[in-house]
Design a protein around this ligand. Structure first.
Ligand SMILES: Cc1ncc(COP(=O)(O)O)c(C=O)c1O
Length: 367
């Protein structure tokens, strides 16, 4: 069947788009593995979701509301924003793709930072646009470098804040400085996939009120614990939202996803509790790993990026952790081959991971 190939050519610029490499999720021959490779909330969703999921599934013979009315209204209520300027998508991935599809064409440029989320590059390539990677400073986005990369072809700047996989973030003041320097026909997309993990941070929502060329994306996949349901949303100027809505498919988000996301966002206490649990476990684990001599930037999200002395050491430790039932995320595709990213689990998981790494360094050189 090797030769069973269609003689039908895709668009010329679809030929060289690399596949998105997601984190591994299983170890062959091992059960009860701990998956720390996808920045999920391993505590799962809030109780209301668990209580209503089975009952609500009786309705899945019905198409979802193509207008996402109830979820947009709930998002509007919780964030005190206009629901008519909210769009929902199959994860924030879909919103990122839609933004590129609607606002970029060939020869346009899309800026993203050195270790920025890979979907920015892939989504730009899928529209024929040119992704432009801008160097970071100590794994943190640099406003000056972003400004220096702008040309008359720049259409979109993507900035995850906090960023994945570095966990670093920049201040709202710096973002405002950036906005004051860039032309208003360049869209700045602030990706807030991890913004709920940062105390008193609105992920850039207030900047959308001030600058019509700012767009915010959010997700239910992280702190809300709904990664498997694929729900995300975006917030921006009405004309941007209208274009995105005209291009997205009408039933892009499942009815179950819409309903569970609506229940989740209403549970403000759950989000506050999860943020605090994550902070305590993350900072405790980071301090212990620093004591082992490892290098780790301060993280504002639900993961840590651990830097090892070499790519070889990172790979050896990755294999050692796999033998011990832990799956971490290799981040070579993010230009960080000497690093491993680990999601923050519960207290017991963090403790076991620390013990396992300590055991490794008891028997192996640090350098
Ligand atoms: C920075 C960032 N943005 C967006 C996403 C996409 O999330 P989703 O499509 O699940 O909403 C992720 C997922 O890992 C991410 O890390």
């Amino acid at each position: 069947m090797e030769n069973f190939k269609a003689n039908i050519n895709p668009l010329s610029y679809f030929y060289n788009i690399p596949l998105y490499e997601s984190g591994e999720s299983a170890i062959q021959g091992k059960e009860n593995v701990v998956k720390l490779s996808a920045n999920e909330n391993m505590n799962g969703p809030c109780n209301e979701v668990l209580n209503q999921f089975a009952d609500y599934s009786k309705n899945i013979f019905e198409y979802p509301d193509s207008n996402h009315f109830a979820l947009r209204n709930k998002i509007g209520e919780v964030h005190n924003i206009d629901p008519n300027r909210v769009i929902c998508g199959a994860g924030s991935d879909e919103i990122i793709q839609l933004l590129c599809r609607c606002f970029c064409e060939r020869n346009d440029e899309v800026i993203y930072t050195e270790h920025g989320f890979l979907m920015y590059k892939l989504s730009a390539l899928a529209t024929g646009a040119t992704p432009v990677q801008v160097k970071e400073t100590n794994r943190t986005a640099s406003i000056d470098r972003i400004c220096a990369a702008i040309t008359s072809n720049t259409k979109i700047i993507f900035l995850a804040n906090p960023n994945n996989p570095t966990g670093t973030m920049i201040s709202e003041i710096e973002i405002e400085q950036l906005l004051n320097k860039i032309p208003d026909n360049i869209l700045l997309v602030l990706d807030g996939a991890y913004s709920e993990y940062v105390d008193s941070f609105d992920g850039g929502i207030s900047l959308v009120e001030k600058f019509a060329n700012v767009f915010v994306t959010r997700t239910f996949s992280k702190i809300f614990g709904l990664g498997g349901l694929r729900v995300g949303w975006g917030y921006g100027a009405r004309d941007i939202i209208d274009v995105l809505n005209s291009v997205r498919s009408p039933f892009n988000v499942s009815s179950l996803g819409l309903k569970m996301a609506e229940l989740s966002i209403a549970d403000v206490n759950f989000v506050n509790e999860q943020r605090e649990l994550n902070r305590v476990n993350r900072d405790m684990l980071r301090n212990k790993l620093l004591d082992l001599g490892l290098k780790i930037d301060q993280s504002f999200a639900n993961f840590l990026l651990v830097r090892f002395v070499s790519e070889e050491q990172a790979n050896t430790i990755d294999s050692f952790l796999k033998e011990n039932g832990f799956i971490l995320r290799k981040v070579g595709s993010y230009g960080l081959p000497k690093c491993l990213r680990l999601s923050i689990g519960n207290k017991e998981t963090c403790e076991r991971l620390y013990q396992t790494l300590a055991k490794y360094f008891d028997n192996n050189d640090r350098v």
